[in-house]
Design a protein around this ligand. Structure first.
Ligand code: DAH
Length: 343
């Protein structure tokens, strides 16, 4: 210990005496004393040999020593920047610029932006809602009362502190919020993140993304719903993609339908993604259930509406052939950089 203290004093004397008149000399000082393999680092390394009861006092001493060296470095640096020679040495205008790596947009953001801009071109506005929702907006208002068996389709995360709060399981909750605050005609799309209590695998995740659409007006019909979605599919996937509707069930729409498109991976011949059917489901849709309209004081005899909800990951899978949902949230640069310059 004693020897080390003396040694530090000795170093201090040496350092105090250092002179440096050029930028290069100042840089050498920095490397020699403050660099990653410099003196300060190695003296700091002695800490591990100091007995526990002396660590505190010794630590203080080492910090003082470090500040002493840093101070000296600043003094040397200030001295050379004040001289012409120093300035000349310091800035070499011919040096190449340093490379700043450019990031890329996340593929899910790219798809979301595309979906949003397609619907914007049809006059839809964007609406957003909270990810932590109450039971009413996520379920009740959407005609899924407590104990409704259809709640089983969406395994829900509840919030411990208040079991009437939950993480929204679908962006349909934003429909409820829009109808609460706006009067028809309504034309909105609602992109956002949703949560379900699923075991994470290549095909399922506990969070994912949806875009919800809602259109309410005096004569909105199923034909409008179909035409809107045809338009969307053609813009998103190209003119050659085929579309089909299948009858389905959602408590918030009547009638309800799911929409499939011809599989983009195999062109309809059959593959793993389309489970050898040639078709993949991309969204749920239907005419807004009269009860849902009534929940928000919208007269179902005067107004009708259509709604739809789609998964962004699914669209991304079809467009970019991403076959494992986990890739989206792992932040692996090898995955993300494949989307450089895509949009
Ligand atoms: N909320 C449904 C889901 O998450 C998707 C959906 C289906 C939304 C039909 C709609 C709809 O607006 O009309 O599975």
């Amino acid at each position: 210990m004693e020897a080390l203290l003396q040694q530090i004093e000795q170093y201090k004397k040496e350092i105090a005496a250092v002179e440096a008149s050029t930028a290069e000399a100042v840089e050498n000082f920095r490397i020699q004393y403050l660099g990653t393999k410099g003196l300060v680092k190695s003296v700091m390394g002695e800490m591990k040999n100091v007995p526990n009861e002396q660590k505190k006092a010794f630590g203080q001493l080492l910090n003082e020593f470090k500040s002493f060296v840093e101070n000296k470095f600043e003094v040397l640096q200030a001295a050379i920047t004040n001289t012409d020679a120093g300035t000349e040495n310091q800035i070499d205008w011919s040096l190449p610029g340093s490379h700043v790596p450019v990031g890329t947009r996340h593929p899910l953001s790219m798809i979301r932006n595309q979906v949003v801009s397609i619907f914007k071109s049809l006059g839809f506005a964007i609406a957003e809602g909270p990810e932590i929702e109450d039971d009413w907006h996520n379920f009740g208002a959407m005609n899924l009362p407590e104990d409704h068996p259809a709640r089983d389709m969406q395994d829900t995360f509840y919030i411990n502190q208040n079991p009437s709060w939950l993480l929204r399981t679908h962006t349909s909750s934003v429909q409820a919020r829009v109808m609460e605050t706006q009067k028809p005609p309504i034309r909105v799309i609602c992109p956002g993140r949703v949560y379900r209590n699923e075991t994470i695998s290549a095909r399922a995740h506990c969070f994912f993304h949806q875009v919800e659409g809602l259109y309410i007006d005096e004569h909105a019909s199923f034909a409008d719903l179909k035409q809107t979605l045809y338009f969307f599919v053609q813009e998103m996937f190209g003119k050659d993609v085929k579309v089909r509707f299948r009858p389905s069930y959602f408590p918030f729409t009547e009638p309800s339908a799911e929409m499939d498109i011809s599989c983009l991976i195999c062109g309809g011949d059959g593959c793993n993604v389309c489970k050898h059917t040639g078709w993949v489901e991309i969204l749920g849709s239907g005419m807004v259930h009269p009860k849902v309209l009534e929940n928000f004081g919208i007269d179902p005899n005067k107004y009708t509406g259509f709604a739809f909800g789609m998964g962004i990951e699914r669209i991304c899978q079809l467009k970019y052939r991403v076959n494992d949902l986990r890739l989206y949230s792992q932040n692996d640069i090898r995955f993300l950089k494949q989307f450089t310059g895509v949009v």
